[in-house]
Design a protein. Sequence first.
Length: 206
Amino acid sequence: MTFKMYGLRTVNRDGTSYRGFVWPLVVDARVEATDWDPADRCGGGLHFLPWGCGNVSTCDLNDGATWLVIGTDDEVVEITSDGGGKSKTKSATVIFVGNRTDAIDRIRALGAAGKPHIFSTATAGEGGNATAGHGGNATAGDRGTATAGHGGTATAGDRGTIIIKRWDEKTKRYRLAVGYVGEGGIEAGTAYGVASGGRIIKAVTV
C-alpha cells in the first residue's frame, strides 16, 4: 500500500501523545481524528512532520520516545502559525513503529531522500549546495554552500559558505547565521554550529 504523503512523529512508549491521544503501536493500524478541523492551528487533527521535514524540537528526543512513520491519502493542512513546520491530517495509517534511526531510514526509503528532513546528512561536491534539515549535517566542497537547519552542523571547503538556521527567542522567529570560509576564523573542512545569539562556533564532537 502506498500513500501520497508520509510523515514522522514521536509518542510515549505507551503510544500516548499530547492531550492524552493514544496512537496504536501496530503497523497497518488506521487512525482517525474525531476532532478534525482544517484551520491553520494546532489541534483538530493528527500532527506530524511531512516527509520528516520541520523543526526537530517538535519531536521527543529522549531515549524513551517511540518514533512513528505514518502515511496518509487524506487532506493535509500545513500549520504555519507556530513555526514548527508541522502539518496535520484527518486520518493516517501507521507504517513503522520503532527507534529514531530506523524511522529516518524508513521515511527516506519512502521518498524523503533528497529532502531536508530532520537528522539528514547532505553532501555536495565542489561548487555544490548541500542542505540538511533540523539536527542534520550539511557538507559542501570548495566554493560550495552548506546549509543546516536548527541544531545542525555545516561544513564547507575553501571559499565556501556555511548557513545555519537558529531560533531567536527574543524576536520569536528563525534567523540565519552565515559564515564564510577564510573569514572570521572559519576554517575549511571544519564542522560549525551556532551558539545562542547567533555566533558561529566550532561544533562539539563526541
